[in-house]
Design a protein around this ligand. Structure first.
Ligand SMILES: C[S@@+](CC[C@H](N)C(=O)[O-])C[C@H]1O[C@@H](n2cnc3c(N)ncnc32)[C@H](O)[C@@H]1O
Length: 259
């Protein structure tokens, strides 16, 4: 199945998604797990619209630096715009498989919601390992799509839609193998912590309501009829109106160190 296009429509939805309460809390958790300090040099692989880079830049301060690398021109432009008032952040067009960065440069290399899209995670991890300084830290964050709970009175339709949605990723089960892959790359002290996200009401600005737009657009592009996608999304809104809404996702933060 076709992967998601990182085009202008995707970038616009990503902007909306990233200001939701769920995504804001996620960034806070990621920043806390990174253990950032002033003067650190940080790499953000697949930096997208640059919200995390912006926040990390506040912590590392004027003598530190955050470098965002993304393979989509639109992402690099949006990130650059977002951080235009900061002189300790830069964004570069580049590929996770061949980072445009010198060896042994960064104190921290992180990546959020990107490795699910990569066909060759070990190669990209090898690149993050290469560009870290000795004793540098790596952080990977992603969603465990296999652990999603989204209540519906038509569970077969929900399962059908989510099965098609899984196709937007190279590896929807990326989190389940990430600890082993980090160890195989050479990182030590690898650990994982969950971010459990729960919504019991339907709010248009919530993470799951915005996710509904990503899912609808993608599944229709993959042959699900508009009628089926519309009735799936309508049921979620109706469950919200009747007070029966439930959405829960498990995300995971993996950390490790370069010896
Ligand atoms: C779901 S978005 C996440 C963006 C950002 N990390 C965030 O959490 O807001 C995935 C991003 O990864 C980028 N990406 C996908 N494949 C990539 C690759 N091979 N190298 C670099 N960036 C990539 C996309 O362009 C997109 O901006």
């Amino acid at each position: 199945m076709a992967k998601l296009e990182f085009d202008d429509d995707f970038a616009a939805l990503m902007e909306e998604f990233n200001i939701s309460a769920g995504a804001t809390e996620r960034r806070r958790r990621i920043s806390a797990a990174l253990g950032l300090k002033p003067r650190m040099h940080v790499l953000d692989v697949g930096s997208g619209p640059g919200h995390q880079a912006f926040e990390m830049a506040q912590i590392v301060g004027s003598q530190g630096h955050v470098e965002g690398v993304d393979s989509a021109e639109g992402s690099v432009e949006t990130g650059t715009r977002r951080c235009s008032g900061l002189d300790n952040v830069s964004f570069t067009l580049g590929d996770a498989y061949n980072l445009p960065c010198d060896t042994g440069t960064f104190d921290v290399a992180m990546s959020s919601q990107v490795f699910e899209y990569l066909d060759d995670a070990p190669k990209a991890l090898g690149e993050m390992f290469r560009v870290l300084k000795p004793s540098g830290r790596v952080l990977l964050h992603g969603t465990g799509w296999g652990a999603l709970l989204w209540h519906s009175n038509d569970p077969d339709r929900m399962a059908r839609i989510l099965k098609v949605w899984d196709g937007h990723l190279a590896d929807p089960r990326m989190c389940e193998t990430m600890a082993k892959k980090l160890g195989d790359t050479g990182f030590d002290g690898v650990s994982a912590e969950p971010i459990v996200h729960v919504e019991t009401s339907y709010d248009l600005s919530s993470m799951s309501a915005i996710l509904t737009k990503f899912v609808s657009g993608y599944v229709v592009s993959q042959g699900v009829s508009e009628a089926e996608a519309d009735s799936w999304a309508a049921e979620l809104r109706e469950r919200g109106e009747s007070g029966e809404y439930f959405f829960s996702s498990n995300e995971y933060i993996f950390t490790g160190g370069k010896p």
